[in-house]
Design a protein around this ligand. Sequence first.
Ligand SMILES: Nc1nc2c(ncn2[C@@H]2O[C@H](COP(=O)(O)OP(=O)(O)OP(=O)(O)O)[C@@H](O)[C@H]2O)c(=O)[nH]1
Ligand SMILES: [Mg+2]
Ligand SMILES: [Zn+2]
Length: 358
Amino acid sequence: MKLSDLGWNGFFEEQFRRWSGSGLVPGRVVGEAGYIYEVETETGRCSAQVSGHFQYIAAGRADYPAVGDWVLLRGESDLLIIERVLDRSSLFSRLAAGKRFDEQVIASNIDIMFIVASLDGGRNFTQRGIERYIVMVSDGGAKPVIILNKCDLCSESERTDFITTARAVAGDIPVLMVSAKTGEGMELVRELLEQGVTAAFTGPSGAGKSALINNLLERDVQRTGALREDDKRGRHTTTRRELFPLGNCSMVIDTPGLRELRPFGDTESLDAAFTEIAEAAEECRFSDCSHTDEPGCAVLQLVSEGEIEYARYQNYITIRNEMMSLEMMKSEKGRLERKARDKALSKLVKNYLKNHEK
Ligand SMILES: Nc1nc2c(ncn2[C@@H]2O[C@H](COP(=O)(O)OP(=O)(O)OP(=O)(O)O)[C@@H](O)[C@H]2O)c(=O)[nH]1
Ligand SMILES: [Mg+2]
Ligand SMILES: [Zn+2]
């Protein structure tokens, strides 16, 4: 397969230039299982793992390859060695689940991120959930598009209600209504998947991400799982991220439904999901207004007038507070890392001086 058919473009070519003549070849990560990666190269698919040097210089989990990454490889055996991950043009990440404070990259180099919600009457369609996804997608630089899936389960009037509810939080972001089951509306999704485009699907478990991928692939490649009877929640059927090339040389990435949706980015990415709040904030009396109890707060004014829905405002404050405490944790982590580096450096200098004094 030609590299350009896998999404290779000038952005990556430019970075690769300094490695030309090094014997390293580029490949795109299409799957991962533990620390073994499936990589597609010009000459075919292979398995790979990162080199010892790579592990040594990686500062955190986010530096490791993710599905969608372009990596530089060496070797000829069955297991190639990844020496480098090229800079990402976009990514979708979150605060990793669990106790350790780390960023988890879910997919990278994505042009379009489909945020999938489902119209089955369960909890896989909520305005608050969509708002949170928009913040996370906008933060990583991919273009968000909202997909309302399972429209085959809805009457005409229900469809209208769902569209209105979604548009109320979508702002300028496109909202598509489709059915992975009957194929209705899928041509709108296909239209966006031009040659060289990489799209990924995210959204709660059971929303139908894998069913949508199967529809696009025109084959049942991905396993799908029926919702739980009692609460209509998904069963976390997909457990791995995986990239699939489509016939027209576009690519789609399936991802597992996330249990914890905690943005890892900066508070600025809130503006993309809450545009009217960002605009109102310009009019607040204090430039560092927190929009919680300050006099002359234009945001609170609009909330009191009912122009901004209270639940939406609350979600904004909740996500912002999470991101602010995250920013504090990030700078604390940075401080500790710098301290450790300084300590190691002064030890090196001390040893050097000791050896040279002799
Ligand atoms: N009626 C109807 N059912 C659908 C549609 N799309 C998906 N489903 C069903 O919804 C259930 C969940 O679909 P999946 O594709 O497994 O959902 P998912 O988002 O991949 O879920 P996870 O992998 O668990 O994150 C399955 O039973 C699908 O058959 C649709 O358009 N209409
Ligand atoms: Mg799935
Ligand atoms: Zn304010």
